[in-house]
Design a protein around this ligand. Sequence first.
Ligand code: GUN
Length: 285
Amino acid sequence: MTARIIDGKTIAHEVRAEWKERADALKARGVTPGLAVIIVGEDPASKVYVANKVKACAELGLHSEHVVLSADTSEAMLLSKIAQLNADPKIHGILVQLPVPKHIDSEKVLNAIDPNKDVDGFHPMNVGALATGNMRFAPCTPYGSMKLLEKAGVPIEGKHAVVIGRSNIVGKPMALMLLQANATVTICTSKTVDLPKYTRDADILVVATGKAKMITGDMIKPGAAVIDVGINRMENGKLCGDVDFDSAKEVAGWITPVPGGVGPMTITMLVANTVQSAERTAGSK
Ligand code: GUN
């Protein structure tokens, strides 16, 4: 069997067009959705991600503010910048790129963002809303992964979904969203004994471990949908996922490539959350 490739670039394009229409409708009512992206420090990967987020906003005609703070910025200074953006009516979404430097308490930072502008969905109030089935802002990477499953026509209800990774950014919210879609969900971690026992039973396998090519074809159930959230740089400079694509695609029913799978969707869903936030604000006026 050769898997159907879930083309994240094409799907992202399609989904962005839907959200552009909604953004244009808001603009016609005099409201331009606005996103502020804050980066603290010089992490090269973070700089690329943030630049891409700002670029996507510009492409859709959204207002965006790119706040670049030096690595020695104090926690108090960052909190005061967030307070300023919380009060700014042009801004409907605020995102602080993680990780932040060690001298800053990331939990304090995430808690300081107005939950109504928390387009990352990382504020405890939004995490709680997701956990209780009343989602307000879905974290972008799992939200994008769910969209890929939906657009590819992968059945979820009643299926066994296995998520490898328990991060607050991907693993935990992904598991909650799959549960909400009526999957039977297992969460595995680096400590899981006999990982292949679980992966081989997965109808949907979501891999977010940060370990290059750790899931091989022999660990996958024939016909399964494989969502690869990993982005790893190989010695030859090329990118690869947490799944060994070449062996996995011979067994899986669907698979996302790296690059060009989940990556383009993460930014798309950030735009979606920003537009949705602006819609909520405009609706209440
Ligand atoms: N760092 C890695 N992924 C993310 C994300 O989705 N949001 C933020 N804010 N930081 C990240």
